[in-house]
Design a protein around this ligand. Structure first.
Ligand code: 4AD
Ligand code: MG
Length: 434
């Protein structure tokens, strides 16, 4: 018996195959019964015809409940109206396990019950259709990230996860004990990429990062994945160009490869079709002006929160790059603007449709004395940054990079409100189960 996956059945029309999967749904109309089977690669309607089946096989229909595991043997038929273009006429069924009461039955129809019910059942919720679609989009986003950098001559360098020092401020560190010394889960691989780009020119890292953010918003996770390119001799404008080409490439790949999934998510893809470079670039000052024009109270010098980002991004139908924030709201490593040292040579990219900041980055301070001064100003332990300061002693050059948050990017592309659905097992404020 030929074992096949649902996604490849188009190539097996007229043949008898075995599909191994789970029961997603079922319905009955008199002498015909339908099993909707999922096998991970797709969904298939299997048709049971009473007159063509042994009675005990036909009667299995009544016993099979959602998520029962089974193999279905049958003949593949072309059926234009079916999703995937094929159906299966059942000849036999092998039952692996009959499930009696699936804990989240309503998820079958994506008539989503309360998230408070679903989140502790994440290990099962992953099987539902929308979650299935989201993980497949995530796969494509991750693949596109690696392809983009590979095609553009970047070397992937893995950054450590256990680190001796902070990158993005000391208030969001997860602390751990490292043989009697304090260590922290990484907030960003950036500092290590700065070292690596002096060895390879163009590098990037891709991995999990951790922030003990005391915020319970739809954009924050405690553990999230970030891709961080870093390029020697790049200045702020160069890195903005890299960012817009990169994001456009990811969008293009998702549109190319994940139409079915975007449809399941009811994503209006017309809004993604025009995401092509160049993206609008505005200064922080101009962004503040947009806030004031929209009647928001906002004081120059403050950082933007989610609400401000939403208002700014709504003025554009592409991601917008906001550059030159006040240095005091940004991290210690940012290079100052020579034209106005109050400002940092940094850039945030805000996604359209209110999805907020997906990229943060900019040009790095490359002067030894200045960087040392910043480390002191930020009350950071100089010893832990000795190696980082070395990079400014031995062949220092201008260099720039950024970090793109994978989950926020997927949330935007998929049109789901909350980042918690874009990662297989979200780590949320005070929630670490399952
Ligand atoms: O702006 P951030 O903090 O920048 C950095 O970490 C830099 N060191 C990156 C670099 O230049 N190499 O974070 C970068 C991106 C944000 O724009 C956002 O997309 C995402 O990471 N991000 C989060 N995503 C989910 N949950 C959180 N708590 C996040 N914090 C940041
Ligand atoms: Mg940021």
């Amino acid at each position: 018996m030929k074992v096949a996956y649902i996604s490849e059945l188009k190539n097996h029309i007229g043949e008898e195959v075995e599909i191994r999967g789970w029961l997603y749904n079922k319905r009955s109309s008199g002498k015909i019964r339908f099993l909707i089977i999922r096998d991970g690669s797709g969904y298939l309607q299997a048709v049971m015809i009473k007159s063509e089946l042994p009675e005990e096989v036909f009667n299995l229909y009544d016993e099979l409940y959602y998520e029962s595991s089974l193999a279905v043997i049958g003949t593949v038929r072309e059926e234009k109206r079916a999703p995937g273009g094929v159906e299966l006429t059942v000849k036999d069924i092998k039952v692996y396990q009959i499930t009696e009461d699936y804990p989240i039955p309503k998820v079958r129809e994506d008539n989503i019950p309360d998230v408070g019910v679903l989140l502790p059942k994440r290990h099962l919720w992953l099987r539902s259709r929308k979650q299935w679609a989201l993980m497949r989009i995530r796969h494509t986003v991750e693949k596109a990230i690696h392809d983009f950098y590979d095609k553009n001559g970047f070397i992937r360098i893995d950054a450590p996860i256990l680190t001796p020092a902070a990158v993005e401020g000391t208030t969001t560190l997860f602390e751990t004990d490292y043989f009697g010394e304090k260590a922290y889960l990484t907030q960003s691989g950036q500092l290590y990429m700065e070292a690596a780009c002096m060895a390879h020119g163009k590098v990037y890292c891709f991995g999990p990062t951790f922030r003990a953010e005391k915020s319970k918003t739809r954009r924050h996770l405690m553990e999230f994945w970030m891709v961080e390119p870093e390029v020697a001799y790049y200045e702020l404008d160069d890195v903005m160009e890299l960012a817009e080409n990169f994001v456009s490439y990811i969008v293009e790949r998702v549109l190319e490869e994940r139409q079915e999934e975007l449809k399941i998510l009811e994503r209006d893809t017309s809004k993604l079709e025009n995401i092509k470079p160049p993206f609008p670039r505005i200064t922080y000052d101009e962004a503040v002006k947009i806030l004031h024009e929209n009647g928001m109270e906002f004081e120059w010098g403050d950082d933007f929160g989610g609400d401000e980002e939403t208002v700014i991004s709504k003025s554009f139908d592409k991601p917008v790059m906001v550059h030159r924030y006040p240095a005091k709201v940004k991290a210690f490593y940012m290079k100052r603007d020579p034209e106005n040292p109050e400002l940092a040579l940094c850039v945030d990219m805000l996604a359209p449709e209110g999805y907020g900041e997906i990229i943060g980055g900019g040009q790095r301070e490359d002067d030894y004395e200045t960087l040392l001064k910043r480390i002191e100003e930020h009350n950071l332990p100089k010893d832990a940054y000795e190696w980082y300061l070395d990079l400014r002693k031995y062949g220092s050059v201008p260099h720039s990079g950024f970090g793109l948050g994978v989950e926020r990017t997927i949330a935007w592309l998929s049109g789901v409100r909350h980042v918690r659905e874009t990662i297989p097992f979200p780590r949320l404020l005070e929630k670490i189960y399952p």
